[in-house]
Design a protein around this ligand. Sequence first.
Ligand code: SF4
Length: 375
Amino acid sequence: MSESVSVLDPARRDDFAPTVITWHQHRGRHDLPWQRSRDPYRIWLSEIMLQQTQVATVIPYFERFVTQFPSVTELAAAPLERVLELWSGLGYYSRARNLHAAACLIASRFQGVFPSEVSALETLPGVGRSTAGAIAAFGFGVSAPILDANVKRVLARWVALDGPLEASANQTKLWEIASELVPRAGVQAYTQGLMDLGALVCRARDPDCPICPLNRGCAAYAQGLTAQIPAAKSTRPKARRRATLLVLHHHGSILLRRRVGPGVWEGLWSLPQWDAPDARDEAIACARHYGKPDTILRWRSLEHEFTHYRLEADIYAIDLAGRIHEERGAKVAELWIDLAQAQGAALPAPIKRLLIGLYRASPMHRGDAQVHLNP
Ligand code: SF4
């Protein structure tokens, strides 16, 4: 791969921000729900939701959150359980836990007012340098650089960066470039424009270089390297984790248990789980604790990709006959819930999909009297 082009070339550097700002005025996105105000709370909320999630997916979640919690102090005052319920389905649940922890910190340490300095914003749980830069830029007009995944790709191509983005030398270099390019005026339009260019034009696959406003100064375009930059990540196969899940069913209700941490589903409701494949005996023993197992079947399997591993679970479905024993009390971390209502609980997305499928396939959904767990 050829040499990187220096970003210190004054003509290229000075042309960059005005080009992005002008493009944003005519071609950028102006109607996203979080763009309707400069409220740092809404900006922070959208930035956290947009980490690892597409705009179209985020919009309804964002609308629900700001309706339910119109301010950071109202979010801080809410129980974490309610926050997780609203987040359910958006994935990467540590974001929701951090969101709540950060809201509590803003309420207590900053008297409910967002700080405007990047260094103070970075002290909030779940807020890294790029997110802090975006909040400072959008909320307070601070000339702070950002470097989210889309922006990294644009800059890496624009300078024809050599090597993988994740390499620490490249991370340092990209931050230097981003800092050098950020303008003193018009930082909101510039930041949004750069994000939009990455999302709409300089796409990961198939960038639309002929219509790109940066194409005249883009090193990757000039050198025919847009398909090679950014360099592909080395893909190591993910570790596999095996588990067994149990759908324990009694007259239209199922048993959910709250997951204790640490772990990706910490604080969420889920099905009883054993971290071993085909744990049929454990599932039956668990069912006997609550009542008399009637039908027992190996229902189906579940596969789900996490960032660092792949979960493969066997699912058993057990119907209980007669009366059931229910644990009661405020500290009990389990819940018998109507299958139709379970979908509204704070569930991990794959479990929610599983229960929605189960409900839709059930005679109860069709108006019949009894639910059968057979798929
Ligand atoms: S010219 Fe192509 S590669 Fe360069 S920034 Fe624009 S879209 Fe990306």
